[in-house]
Write a protein of this length. Structure first.
Length: 418
């Protein structure tokens, strides 16, 4: 492997995004930078926690992992973005340590002490968080984890999942002994919009991606699906990228300090968020700068605040507040955000296509009308039957990605709006 092939990690990131777009994959510029930053954070966290201290806060060596949660309907890239990165056949980063998990129980994720052997020693069954403690662990459907938390044999899983996604230090006293280890795994989870069920405290440990499509997104997916017929993987480019990610995993040889520039600190202070929300955004900023501006043999990583990164950070904040604050209405708001009147029955059938039941869609519309989020009007239809029309009450131009926040920014240097 030629370790100098990607002397600047920005070239690795740029080549990755360009390759995906050459395969007619859409929404790459919108979402893939978060995945790239997460991989960068994964490398830096391992470096910071196990090799050389390069970042500290309040007398501690903080966790730098960027765990992510992606929310959206079936068929809109929850698993696809991970597949194009990590699939063993066509994934460009398949040599980067990763583990896909379809179904998790507490013993499967954390491990368990199932008994004692003839010598009286504990029989330990290791979980994936320990056996793959330096890998990215990804699961496209969080419902399986959420449901298993409620079962008796996985009681306590929520607390252990909080520990795992906080600092990775897992400890549990069990009937036949103690399970204890340090994990550095980064967690990427997905779920359908209607199934999100977070345990208390989990939301602050993740960066959220809203994959719910607008009407224009749906049309773009349909067009990309048609044009993607017989578009083959370019295995020459894939192999070059894989070597780059193998180099990335080896960690930079000379890095000894992460420096937050005054420009970045000024922008961070101005962000309309409280400190627990800024934590994951700060990790993103570090990972983004690493994956876009860092030269492999540099001794310092400068965290700057270019307009592109500011836009991604503000968008991440908007997505989190939308998902957690308006989850039940999120899919509908995205599809109605153009602000035009739509016929209600036709709209409900569109929701069915996105995996939402017709009755559920009807209930959501009625609730939004009651809350003033939607307007409804009636007109005389065929044979005197009334037709109902609905319209989003808060028009928003999705093409310009305008950002609305529920918190008031500080007066220092307002953020650049997308």
């Amino acid at each position: 492997m030629e370790t100098g092939r990607y002397e600047c990690l920005g070239d690795l990131t740029g080549d990755t995004l360009d390759y995906f777009k050459s395969r007619h994959i859409i929404r790459i510029d919108e979402f893939m930078p978060y995945y790239m930053a997460s991989m960068g954070c994964h490398v830096l966290n391992l470096y910071n926690r196990t090799k050389r201290t390069i970042y500290t806060r309040t007398g501690t060596v903080p966790d730098l992992r960027l765990n992510m949660f992606f929310v959206g309907p079936p068929g809109f890239s929850k698993s696809f973005f991970c597949d194009i990165l990590f699939d063993e056949t066509f994934g460009v980063a398949s040599k980067f340590p990763n583990r896909e998990v379809a179904y998790l129980t507490l013993p499967g994720l954390i491990g368990t002490v199932s008994g004692k052997d003839e010598a009286g020693e504990p029989i330990i069954e290791h979980g994936v968080a320990e056996t793959h403690k330096q890998s990215i662990i990804w699961c496209e459907e969080f419902t399986s984890i959420s449901e298993v938390m409620k079962t008796e044999h996985s009681a306590g899983m929520s607390g252990l999942l909080l520990m795992l996604t906080d600092n990775g230090k897992v400890s549990r006293d069990m009937r036949f002994g103690t399970l204890s280890y340090q994990s550095y795994s980064t967690i990427l989870l997905g779920t359908q919009t209607e199934r999100l069920d977070l345990v208390s405290g989990l939301s602050r440990r993740f960066l959220f991606l809203d994959l719910n499509p607008s009407n224009s997104d749906i049309a773009a997916y349909n067009a990309a699906w048609e044009v993607g017929e017989e578009v083959k993987p370019d295995f020459i480019k894939i192999e070059k990228l894989r070597e780059g990610y193998l180099m990335l995993n080896s960690a930079p040889p000379n890095l000894n300090k992460i420096v937050l520039t005054d420009e970045y600190l000024k922008f961070r202070r101005s962000m309309p968020a409280i400190h627990i929300d800024k934590d994951s955004l700060n990790r993103f900023a570090i990972g983004w700068n690493f994956m876009n501006n860092f030269h492999w043999r540099n001794t310092e990583l400068l965290v700057e605040a270019p307009t592109e990164m500011q836009r991604h950070m503000l968008h991440a904040l908007e997505m989190k507040y939308s998902i957690l604050g308006e989850l039940n209405f999120l899919a509908l708001e995205k599809m109605l955000s153009h602000g035009d009147w739509v016929e209600e029955t036709e709209f409900k059938w569109k929701l069915v296509q996105l995996g939402m039941g017709y009755r559920t869609g009807s209930e959501r519309i009625d609730q939004m009308v009651g809350l003033g989020l939607l307007q409804r009007k009636f007109e005389k239809g065929v044979r005197g039957r009334p037709k109902r029309w609905i319209k989003y009450a808060r028009k928003k131009d999705t093409d310009e990605k305008d950002t609305e926040f529920i918190l008031t920014p500080q007066k220092t240097s307002p953020p650049v709006r997308p």
